[in-house]
Write a protein that binds this ligand. Sequence first.
Ligand code: V0V
Length: 143
Amino acid sequence: RLLRIDHVGIAVPDLDEAIRFYQENLGLRCVHQETNDEQGVREAMLGVGDDTGPRIQLLAPARPDSAIAKFLDRSGPGLQQLAYTVADVEAAADALRACGMRLLYDSPKRGTAGSRINFVHPKDAGGVLVELVEPAEPVHRSG
Ligand code: V0V
């Protein structure tokens, strides 16, 4: 039910500065940027190489009471989440609930580029905040 790694999310204090760092020093390319008010983040998606594989998502706080602001306060900048692509976020969430994991939302929320997302609590996944992403475009299972 987890099809591939969708992206790895990194908390950063300043989005523009981080994009510059990744572009100039690591040669990644910014392929998408948006503000998600519900999540309280400004985010950028960066493609690696030919951009056919998993992306890097830079996450900066849009509000002081947001999840990313809290993460930066507690842990500082760094890896915040690991996101998997799924074909059906509700089915994937149900399957993980059936294994005893706590999902953060009863029903999916809106994620980047019109995707539908949910999260497993990091305490139920070995200390990793696991995100499930159902992209807006239907997923090709073999691709
Ligand atoms: C907290 N903890 C983490 C963690 N955040 N562990 C690993 N990775 C993280 N990112 C640990 C923390 O050190 C504490 O451990 C414990 O969890 C605290 O749990 P809590 O009190 O229940 O929760 P909070 O208030 O620390 O919040 C953590 C959660 C929160 C995961 C519940 O960050 C959240 O709701 N995240 C989901 C939404 C989100 O992350 N949005 C931003 C990305 P000790 O000290 O007790 O051992 S938005 C996004 O990804 C989008 C739009 C997209 O991909 O499209």
